[in-house]
Design a protein. Structure first.
Length: 362
């Protein structure tokens, strides 16, 4: 387990993320058919904002999951399944949505908040799964290009009014087998709340060899009509009637890769975002460098930025992060310094944060 864990930090997690599985050896409860896995993880988060007072938080990222694979003598594909909890920090809440309609907030620690699906895996072809999963292109946005602490800028930040799914309900997903280092993923989602007009299509692919991995992905949702809920009467005043609005017509593309040079790992990516309803667009960039000393100490630096949006002014953002980590069997100890300069010359969202944390995997 120790060897697998260390290799995952050096780039193996790119391939693991594409399979939407766990990077760690699961505990067999009924052979491979029923397994338990998870992590005990958390960090102290000390904020130092440019404006206002700082806070000190104890953020828990512990979670647990169950998964399985069942093979049959007289049936070709394997049956695969997974149900995974969100982080145990119930003070936080996540939005459960499939990209359309009214969002529903649920406690973060609820089972099924993270990847939860059933499906079939065809040997030498790939797997088809349906349930709550990541959309295809987001695998590469998330890893390796949003770590450590770059996601505030490279992942979910834009100033063009575009909303993008990452993990979604009602998601149909295909993950190919790997042929000579090449694999691809495709997802269909967004159709469960309003209509099939809200369809989200996402595709991605990667090619990996010993010293490098390159990948690309695309996400698109066409324009559709979404309902706007009626507003109830208040203090004798009539409420507003239910209406509709145009939504969707958003997209992004990502290209990136990693280079493995012994103890040094370099990554870089470019993401192009567009909102067709407003005619606005914005680009994002990410780069990281990691150096592992004596197979234990980890030095990592990251940089992410967004350009100014096409229709905006002084709305570019930047993240600069640094990490000191130490690896133990199945455990990772780390300390991060994360500096954010958000939305140009505006100071309201700027901060320099210190994180001290630990992760134990099983």
């Amino acid at each position: 387990m120790d060897k697998t864990f260390k290799r995952s930090l050096l780039g193996m997690a790119v391939a693991v993320a594409a399979m939407s599985g766990s990077a760690n050896a699961a505990i067999d409860l009924n052979g491979e058919a029923v397994q338990v896995y998870g992590q005990a993880a958390g960090f102290m988060h000390i904020t130092n904002p440019e404006v206002g007072d700082g806070v000190v938080q104890g953020v828990i990222e512990s979670r647990i999951g169950f998964k399985g694979r069942v093979s049959y003598d007289n049936f070709g594909p394997d049956f695969i399944w997974q149900i995974e909890s969100g982080d145990a920090n119930n003070a936080d809440r996540v939005t459960s949505t499939d990209g359309a309609g009214e969002p529903v907030e649920i406690p973060n620690g609820t089972f099924g908040v993270r990847d939860t699906y059933i499906g079939l895996d065809f040997d030498g072809v790939g797997s088809f799964k349906f349930g709550r999963q990541l959309v295809a292109a987001y695998n590469y946005v998330d890893w390796p290009h949003s770590n450590p602490g770059l996601g505030n800028v490279f992942d979910w930040h834009n100033n063009i009014g575009a909303g993008y799914e990452d993990r979604s309900d009602n998601n149909l997903r295909f993950d190919s087998a790997t042929w000579g280092g090449f694999n691809f993923q495709a997802t269909l989602s967004g159709m469960g709340s309003v209509s099939t007009d809200a369809l989200i299509v996402s595709v991605a692919a990667s090619y990996s060899q010993d010293m490098f991995s390159v990948h690309a992905g695309h996400y698109t949702q066409g324009e559709y009509t979404a309902p706007v809920a009626a507003v109830a009467p208040s203090f004798g005043k009539p409420g507003a009637a239910a209406t509709t609005k145009q939504a969707g017509d958003v997209s992004y593309s990502i290209v990136g890769g990693s280079v493995y040079l012994g103890d040094v790992t370099l990554t870089a990516a470019y993401k192009m975002m567009e909102n067709g309803l407003t005619g606005d667009d914005q680009d994002a960039y990410s780069a990281t460098a990691q150096y592992v000393i004596d197979g234990a100490w980890v030095l990592k630096a990251g940089y992410a930025a967004t350009s100014e949006s096409k229709l905006g002014n002084d709305d570019d953002s930047q993240a600069i992060t640094a990490r000191l980590g130490y690896m133990l069997p199945s455990t990772y100890l780390y300390m991060d310094v994360r500096s954010y300069d958000m939305l140009g010359s505006t100071d309201a969202y700027d901060a320099t944060n210190l994180l001290i944390g630990a992760e134990y995997y099983f």
